[in-house]
Design a protein around this ligand. Structure first.
Ligand SMILES: [Zn+2]
Length: 314
């Protein structure tokens, strides 16, 4: 049973918005695109695990995309499976090419690129989850992990003399068999179904969503963004406001609500509130009265006095 389903990563939505709001040749575009394609690959890889997880038999509870607080920092886990006798962490990697995992150096390499050692990453998740379960629920339960490479177009090599690495880093195609073996190995105390469910619910309730401030991460400010209302038909930031609607001078597309997407984008990239003056600048509309009407109809509320009013965008 799935207690916490996989949800589409809001990071991808935010990065798509940011990418569209940057000039084509802005120096940050390459970085944004790189992050975006890594996120998309990660999402596809995680999703592809579901096919294999469908074959799981016996009592178990699954939680996807957990972000928990350990008392000092947050830590994230792709997938957790609660079995009666142990907990299994799955760390999905959707990478192509020749991957080499160098345990001694605690790194993973693909050609000239270096990445964090995924085994070390999963070991850290295991340690933090163990501490979390004890601190929050006074529960000690064996925790195991698997780093699962989901893309067939990769070759894996290890420099480790430790043969147990082959039980920790696997391909998705062997996930079902490896999980079965692990289940047979853990024969200690078995938690009842209700207890497992309680643990799963406590984990799900403690999850906290978070999307990083990508503007800050890429060192961007409001001045880097393209302003205006995007034409839903041709994609240009060129919509002009006539009396009652938006019209695109490029393709003549008409829309009455095209500004709403622009305001959603402003909330993601700039701030959760906007003044009349800021909205005039961002939507490229000259009239204070027109902008007042648009904001009053769209926004859920506002704060401050008439002149200094800030409209709430979320
Ligand atoms: Zn257009």
């Amino acid at each position: 049973m799935i207690i916490k389903p996989r949800t589409f990563p809001p990071d991808i939505v935010h990065l798509e918005i940011l990418k569209h709001r940057l000039q084509l040749h802005h120096p940050a575009v390459a970085q944004v695109e790189e992050t975006l394609s890594a996120m998309k690959a990660g999402w596809i890889g995680e999703q592809s695990l579901d096919f294999h997880l469908d074959y799981l038999k016996g009592p178990h509870y699954i939680l996807h995309n957990l972000r928990l607080h350990d008392g000092h920092h947050y830590f994230q886990i792709d997938t957790i499976i609660l079995f009666p006798s142990f907990i299994l962490i799955l760390e999905a990697k959707n990478m192509t090419g020749q991957i080499s995992i160098r345990r001694e150096k605690k790194e993973m390499r693909r050609d000239m690129e270096g990445f964090q050692d995924p085994v070390e990453q999963a070991e850290r998740q295991k340690r933090l989850l163990d501490e979390w379960l004890w601190r929050q629920l006074r529960i000690r339960m064996p925790i195991d992990f698997l780093v699962v490479f989901t893309n067939r177009r990769c070759t894996l090599e290890f420099d480790s003399s430790d043969s147990r690495i082959y039980e920790k880093v696997i391909r998705a195609s062997s996930l079902v068999d490896v999980m079965k073996k692990k289940k047979d190995n853990y024969q200690g105390k078995a938690f009842k179904k209700e207890e497992l469910l309680r643990i799963g619910q406590a984990l799900a309730e403690s999850h906290q969503d978070h999307v990083p401030d990508y503007m800050k991460r890429f060192n961007l400010s409001y001045l880097d963004l393209l302003k205006g209302v995007r034409c839903p038909s041709c994609g240009k930031y060129a919509m002009r406001r006539t009396k009652m609607k938006w019209v695109c001078p490029g393709c003549s597309h008409h829309s009455s609500l095209a500004h709403e997407q622009a305001l959603r984008e402003y909330a993601v990239l700039v701030a959760k509130t906007i003044s009349n003056k800021e909205a005039r600048d961002f939507l490229k509309v000259g009239s204070r009265h027109v902008v007042y009407r648009l904001l009053s109809a769209y926004c859920k509320g506002r704060s401050g006095s008439t002149k200094k009013a800030r409209f709430l965008l979320e």
